[in-house]
Design a protein around this ligand. Structure first.
Ligand code: ZN
Length: 188
């Protein structure tokens, strides 16, 4: 809770808090089995918003990834890559389409891969979607979005964001052979 203190003493250098759930609230109503829920950690992350201000948000990920997710977001913040908001999927009723419409960066969500019955890596808290509005799943986008590498907040090949994840063994969906999922990172 260090950032709360920083908000108070920072005065004019205000931090925008996008999410401040408890772990219990962040997992409420999930359809995941108890064994999966027990492994989920609530991670506080800092980033620069599209407004250029420092933001604080939260991500739910498997507890084995909590530490590196913090490090990855610290790298993204240093690169000043903007993130709209990091808010757990519970805030959108676990509805993938609703959290994408809100441009929420999310991790854990116990759901199948869109349009299939296959469990996504999100269902185990081993995937993160970044700025879904700027980074559509090409060919499978359900919101009529476009991918423009020049637009702020867009994940592009060889960028600091992709390096931050890949250097820690994550895979980027933008490098998948079929239907590139440019918002998606996952750790096998
Ligand atoms: Zn994803």
């Amino acid at each position: 809770m260090l950032w709360c203190v920083l908000v108070l003493i920072g005065g004019h250098s205000e931090v925008v808090v996008d999410s401040s759930l408890t772990r219990e609230l962040a997992l409420a109503g999930s359809s995941a089995p108890r064994s999966v829920l027990a492994r989920q950690a609530l991670v506080e992350v800092g980033y620069v918003g599209f407004d250029g201000k420092p933001h604080r948000g939260q991500l739910v990920v498997d507890r084995s990834l909590a530490r590196e997710v913090r490090a990855i977001f610290a790298e993204i913040e240093r690169a000043r890559f903007p993130i709209a908001r990091a808010i757990p999927a519970v805030a959108y009723g676990w509805d993938d389409l609703a959290s994408m419409r809100a441009n929420a960066t999310t991790g854990f969500n116990h759901r199948p891969v869109a349009g299939t019955r296959v469990r996504s890596a999100h269902a185990r808290g081993r995937a993160i979607d970044l700025n879904p509005i700027q980074n559509p799943h090409l060919g499978r986008d359900r919101l009529g979005l476009t991918y423009d590498p020049k637009r702020p907040g867009t994940v592009v090949q060889g960028s600091a964001v992709v390096r931050a994840f890949k250097s820690r063994g994550w895979r980027w969906g933008g490098e998948w052979r079929r239907s590139q999922d440019t918002m998606h990172f996952e750790k096998p």
